[in-house]
Design a protein around this ligand. Structure first.
Ligand SMILES: [Zn+2]
Length: 289
């Protein structure tokens, strides 16, 4: 990477990491009690058309990203995963079937992340180096998950969100990339430090709930005040206002999933224009390919 990169509109030449969790609307953890895994094959899939729209947006912005992909998706849509890689993006792992790390024992977790890596590497023909646990489900109670990632051959993880949240998060975890095991780096989603606490700045429902200017301010603050690259994440179902509605979930889960879906695509296009974006391996692993 050039040391004389062009400054951008926010005054920062920092390249941030854009990430996409490749899963369908019926696979999110908040719906897992309502939709058994056995039903997944019977539900209308939207992931392929939604990822293709995301790929078009990234291509229009000439940006690269990392796609944390479920092994389940790669088995059913191998051509989609190949299209992701062929467009210059990094294919990484989101596990095989979206089981939270903290709801599995060590053996089951290791088997899941190994299977996902093998399936993704088989489909793309490239080494898969990154893993993101579903729902950021690694924390103080299951740090053994990092040993499993090392054992499975991963080089980095994005599995801890250093915030306070009812479903995930380790509020006192480091905010920036750090080595958690020899040769294994944890890359947390962006946060802003304010009032003695960490606040989410890197996507999720917050990005849809609050005005775009809030997210832009927060990400600029990470670049300009912390002097660090930020990691942002979103899901293909977030750009799909027409997705089938799932009944019987709590009002809170419903709100979080569906709020402002219609505004997401426009906001993402602004985000792509306002910041520089790249793949996780290129931003955080010293540009190694
Ligand atoms: Zn997920």
């Amino acid at each position: 990477m050039s040391s004389e990169a062009e400054p951008t509109r926010n005054g920062s030449a920092i390249v941030n990491a854009l990430t996409v969790d490749v899963e369908d609307y019926f696979q999110v953890s908040a719906f897992s009690a309502r939709i058994p895994r056995a039903d997944w094959d019977r539900l209308p899939c939207r992931v392929e058309q939604n990822i293709d729209r995301v790929l078009e947006m990234l291509s229009a912005a000439n940006s690269r990203a990392t796609f944390f992909t479920l092994g389940w998706v790669a088995e059913r849509y191998p051509d989609l995963v190949r299209r992701i890689g062929a467009a210059g993006h990094e294919v990484a792992s989101h596990g095989f079937e979206h089981r939270r790390a903290n709801e599995q024992n060590r053996e089951a977790f290791l088997a899941d992340i190994r299977l996902a890596k093998a399936v993704l590497e088989d489909v793309t023909g490239n080494e898969v180096r990154g893993y993101r646990a579903p729902s950021f489900s690694v924390g103080n109670g299951n740090a053994w998950a990092f040993d499993c990632m090392t054992e499975a051959g991963y080089r980095y993880s994005s599995s801890i969100y250093p915030i306070r949240h009812d479903h995930y998060g380790v509020p006192n975890a480091p905010r920036f990339v750090h080595e958690v095991r020899p040769g294994l780096f944890e890359v947390p989603v962006a946060t802003v430090r304010m009032f003695n606490a960490n606040w989410p700045a890197g996507g999720g429902g917050y990005f849809r709930l609050f005005p775009y200017a809030v997210s832009r301010w927060a990400l600029r603050r990470v670049n300009d005040v912390d002097g660090q690259p930020a990691m942002f994440y979103f899901h293909p179902w977030e750009v799909d206002p027409g997705q089938p509605r799932v009944d019987g979930v709590s009002a809170k889960a419903r709100f979080r999933h569906y709020v402002n879906l219609g505004r997401m695509e426009g906001r993402l296009r602004k985000l792509l224009a306002d910041f520089r974006w790249g793949r996780v391996d290129q931003v955080f692993l010293n540009g190694a390919r």
